[in-house]
Design a protein around this ligand. Structure first.
Ligand SMILES: [Fe+2]
Ligand SMILES: [Fe+2]
Length: 307
């Protein structure tokens, strides 16, 4: 029987898009910010500022909670997860693939949460600003908080109930603190590259979930449903963050792909163990949406100059 990953592959987009690095004019970028904001409001629904949450994401979570799925074949040793989730201390060769997959998901979510915590306080609430880019960024951040909740539900699916996300080390914490205060021209290329990296990471994560959790169809499918909810947003974030940049920003972004990916792989060693890092980097350089399932694209947003 074909796995869902194979089914996805057979469903590659019927029409092709252009490279994410396709040049565009300032006027096109302005039009695309407006079109993104229109999409974003419909996609997210109301923003709950206090809870850093969004209406449609909350509804989706409630649906998942009402129809809870829990793994029938728990991890061989839950302690191994809690020993290695913050820092990989065991020899990875002694760890099974499911545990490595879960520690990898945990570490990615922890990075995501720590990256957005500081940024949230630097962007005004949607109803307190008239600046379109600020409004877009605020909802974008709320979406990222929702992603951490979806990741947490993935871990709960595997009976990992004690999930907390402590701050990162002092240097990383400082970097994440300073980063949102940088001028837009300086912040946009790394912000874009981390979105690009995230998407390519999720594409391979989806494949690994199919491969490693093949003996658990119910839990596997639930993890994929949760992941696809994240991927729809991330697909839109790539174009949105690209739209912040002119030619210099685009040039700088290309130069940043390899160092940022390598840095991330150092921080999350599970990525190099489970994933194909060269493919992650190549796919980022060549990104044109052709690696994303049409089922995700049809619910997402792509800049007009990439279509
Ligand atoms: Fe995210
Ligand atoms: Fe994102």
């Amino acid at each position: 029987m074909a796995t869902q990953a194979n089914t996805l592959d057979q469903n590659k987009p019927s029409h092709s898009f252009l490279s994410i690095f396709t040049p565009c004019s300032a006027q096109q970028r302005q039009q695309n910010f407006e079109s993104y904001w229109e999409f974003s409001q419909q996609h997210a629904g109301e923003i709950y500022e206090q809870d850093r949450d969004l209406e449609h994401k909350r509804n989706k979570r409630e649906q998942f909670e009402a129809d809870q799925v829990r793994s029938r074949k728990p991890l061989p040793n839950l302690d191994a997860f809690y020993r290695n989730n913050v820092e990989l201390v065991d020899n990875p060769k002694t760890l099974d693939q499911k545990t490595l997959l879960m520690t990898c998901i945990y570490k990615f979510a922890r990075h995501e949460l720590n990256g957005i915590r500081g940024a949230w306080d630097t962007v005004p609430a949607v109803d307190k600003t008239t600046d379109l880019k600020d409004k877009i960024s605020r909802v974008h951040l709320a979406e990222e908080f929702c992603h951490v909740r979806f990741f947490t539900e993935m871990l709960h699916t595997f009976h990992l109930e004690n999930i907390e996300f402590p701050p990162l080390g002092p240097i990383e914490t400082k970097v994440y603190e300073i980063f949102p205060h940088c001028p837009e021209a300086l912040m946009s290329p790394p912000a874009f590259v981390t979105e690009l990296m995230g998407m390519n990471f999720y594409i391979q994560l989806d494949e690994k979930i199919c491969e490693i959790l093949d003996d658990e169809p119910e839990a596997r499918d639930r993890l994929r449903e949760l992941l696809h909810e994240i991927m729809v947003d991330e697909c839109a974030h790539i174009g949105q963050r690209r739209n912040f940049m002119g030619p210099i920003g685009i040039w700088f972004s290309k130069a940043l792909i390899k160092p940022i990916f390598k840095m991330f792989t150092r921080d999350i060693p599970e990525i190099a163990i489970l994933f194909d890092v060269d493919r992650l980097i190549n796919d980022a350089h060549n990104f044109n949406y052709s690696t994303i399932s049409p089922r995700i694209i049809e619910r997402s947003w792509i800049p007009s100059y990439c279509q």
